[in-house]
Design a protein around this ligand. Sequence first.
Ligand code: P1T
Length: 397
Amino acid sequence: MKARAKGTAPRIETQAVHAGQAPEPITGAVMTPVFLTSTYAQKGPGVHTGFEYSRTQNPTRFALEANLAALEGGAGAWGLAFNAGVAASTAVLAALLEAGDHVVAGDDLYGGSYRLFDKIFRRLGVSFSYVDARDAAAVAAAIGPRTRLCWVETPTNPLLRLVDIRAVARACGARGVRLCVDNTFMTPFFQRPLDLGADLVVHSTTKYLNGHSDVVGGAVIGRDGDLRARVAFVQNSMGGSQSAFDSFLVLRGTKTLAVRMERHQQNALAVARWLESRPEVERVLYPGLRSHPQHALARRQMSGFGGMVGFVLRGKTGGSRGALARARTFLRRLRVFTCAESLGGVESLAEHPAIMTHASIPAERRRALGIGDGLVRLSVGIEHVDDLIADLEAALG
Ligand code: P1T
């Protein structure tokens, strides 16, 4: 996008539509073409246009990367796109860590992130301490001489707990530890961790950034040039860069990010308030509710509350067996919501974290965290809110 001569930088709604997407120079095509090529002709050995091989350079992926960089980090930021959220996370760890290093991680994480840490990187000699990152002092206390990286999600998946990014960034910065924030749930539309002091942001672009549940993808965004070089080296050396076709789809998705996020949030708040009024529901987890214990932080740190809602069903007979049976029945009865893993698409989804997305977290750990049998997670879509509430009501009844 051309820089403005005067005045303010373009707002995020404008960046979402335009950043990284100048008309294609040969034909003037307004939409970025899908460069479905693995390789590029060279005039002679080493005489090329800057494009040699698509794992390393692809114009469609570059357009997406520039778009994501502008949304998350503004001018001067960089972005790198991967073929999964977990590939983006893998690249960050591989870029920053070696055997003997230590990571402080939040204790409530997407199950696949925990699995990556515990089953792959621990085997390679990296150690992890899991702390309740709602408490920045607990993060600071866990930092040791070999700590290189701190990894948090906020709001967390699935418990929607918040991490005070500024406070944790301060604790990390004081000890020379890099902070990486998984911003998948909020997207840069509602939360910008780099502005709050984080060094890196990762995304599962599978979710809100693409927004249509037809791509698996990931991204890493930052501002530090040295970090870019390290993560890009891993992207090229280990593979994992996003394909041209999927890059095109995510780029198409980000254009409508602003309007989708606004509707997701509006629907989610209405659903969360409605759930709070129901006798079958023991507790509702949504940062936009006054009852959320960190509602004040949510208001300060985020410009919206997002589309993810958790709630705990009461067991009919009391105890966890009753709650599990209720959750199963509820999820089977839904008709507008689909019982499925993932989140962030235009369609509403519902799932059971303990059995589905967080099954790779050991049962005792789940119990200690509060991911119980009665917990249901909703990804509230952009359908008409009355249809969503009617569906929930029928399934609860
Ligand atoms: O699925 P993938 O694109 O590889 O992204 C992994 C990932 C990373 N970070 C967060 C916060 C995530 O939620 C995910 C993926 N999560 C789900 C599939 C889920 O249903 O929670």
